[in-house]
Design a protein around this ligand. Structure first.
Ligand code: GSH
Length: 222
């Protein structure tokens, strides 16, 4: 019994879930999904998540896909009182965190736009054509981080943890972070501050970066 998380380590949305679970000390059973064998398209998996994406969480009768739905559920259901500031209950403070979470979905879509064509279609041209969307979203992230130390104010929230999974992946893919100095400083700060960083996120980001960089090199990109 307990919570099951269906996931793969290189996936940024899966790592957002690992980070939030660690942040609130929530135990779960990790079920690695072999995507190459089509384990995300079996009738059993599609019953849990018709969108055939990871992560998926099951908790008793509840099966739910999408990392944002999972991490907000974990906070609402399991965060101890002293860690509620990670997803504040005050409506105005929560609205700011939610806005950053929706922004992070847009950031992930732009990351996917460069990774998916390269890794799964070996299409360097399409991947490169999608790069301006990454730059545009990173510039927006830079603007947010010029306004406050963390993404939604002066303390850590789940918006930082979700976005960390994407930004660290971009860094591991070799994207030059020095163009966004506030993002670069925020990234270094979180890596240093979170004792669970490496286990929950660092290792998987390196896995994704290694795959991306190898294929990029094979296709003659830089
Ligand atoms: N919005 C979703 C995106 C999840 C997603 O796209 N996951 C990818 C891995 S990074 C996946 O499972 N792709 C397999 C597929 O689309 O069949 C979330 O945040 O959970």
């Amino acid at each position: 019994m307990g919570i099951d998380i269906y996931a793969i380590k290189p996936s940024p949305p899966c790592r957002a879930v690992f980070l939030v679970a660690k942040a609130i000390g929530l135990d779960y059973n990790l079920k690695i999904v072999d995507m190459e064998k089509g384990e995300n398209r079996t009738p059993e998996f599609l019953k849990m998540n018709p969108a055939h994406t990871v992560p998926v969480m099951t908790d008793g009768e509840l099966s739910i896909g999408d990392s944002k739905a999972i991490i907000t559920y974990m906070m609402n259901q399991y965060a101890p009182a002293n860690l509620q500031s990670l997803y504040p209950r005050d409506p105005a403070a929560r609205a700011l965190v939610d806005q950053r979470l929706y922004f992070d979905s847009q950031l992930f879509a732009s990351l996917r736009g460069i990774v998916f064509p390269l890794v799964f279609m070996k299409d360097l041209k399409q991947s490169q054509a999608n790069m301006p969307r990454v730059d545009e979203n990173m510039a927006l992230l830079e603007t947010f981080l010029t306004r406050s130390t963390y993404l939604a104010g002066e303390h850590l929230t789940i918006a930082d943890l979700a976005t960390l999974a994407n930004v660290s992946s971009m860094e591991a893919c070799g994207i030059d972070m020095s163009r966004w100095p506030h993002v670069q400083a925020w990234l270094a700060k979180l890596k240093a501050e979170l004792p669970y960083y490496e286990q929950a996120n660092g290792e998987g980001a390196q896995m994704l970066g290694a795959i991306y960089q190898r294929i990029l090199k094979d296709l003659g990109g830089k």
